[in-house]
Design a protein around this ligand. Structure first.
Ligand code: HEC
Length: 150
């Protein structure tokens, strides 16, 4: 009986720490979304260089960057990095409209996720990469125009 209670307590404690992690502080959420954007942008830059022919197309490298863009794309949203209360707490360029137009913002984000998840299938040759990157780039710009301050 006692052992059972201790085991139950241990499970409860680990659930609580998982919850604490999910409830990251606003400054951690801001840092997380900015980092995700930074990492995404670097990979987009490498793929753009390949699409333009500035560097030779390399399928293995292209696949690696495309997979990163795809897998990281929805994490800021699901982690609550643009959630309520993350409008301040650290320096941020996110426009207040992210929260006042939350539905519209999410719709823009969903378009981005869709374009990002299409990247791995497209990063197989230069031509399909160009087309997919064009789509992806439109979703970055579309959102930044409205929701990211200069
Ligand atoms: C749905 C909206 C949205 C989409 C889509 C989006 N961004 Fe952003 N991005 C933002 C917002 C808002 C910020 C400002 C975040 C902050 O400062 O808290 C930002 C910031 C950034 C930053 C600066 C990060 C920093 O360190 O301050 C980069 C770089 C960036 N985005 C690149 C991209 C690229 C590349 C794409 C597309 C592949 C993209 N973003 C798609 C909304 C978006």
């Amino acid at each position: 009986m006692k052992a059972y209670r201790i085991a139950a307590l241990a499970v409860a404690a680990s659930l609580m720490s998982a919850l604490a992690y999910a409830q990251a502080k606003p400054e951690q959420q801001i840092e997380y979304r900015q980092s995700a954007m930074t990492v995404t942008a670097r990979s987009v830059g490498v793929l753009s260089a390949m699409a333009k022919g500035d560097i030779p197309f390399n399928k293995d490298v292209a696949q690696q960057h495309a997979a990163l863009i795809a897998s990281i794309s929805d994490l800021p949203l699901t982690a609550g990095a643009f959630g309520p209360g993350t409008d301040k707490g650290a320096p941020t360029k996110a426009d207040p409209k992210v929260w006042s137009e939350a539905d519209k913002f999410k719709a823009g984000y969903d378009k981005f996720i869709q374009a990002a998840k299409a990247m791995p299938a497209a990063a197989v040759d230069q031509k399909s990469l160009q087309a997919a990157l064009g789509n992806l780039g439109k979703t970055c710009k579309g959102c930044h125009d409205d929701y990211r301050q200069k």
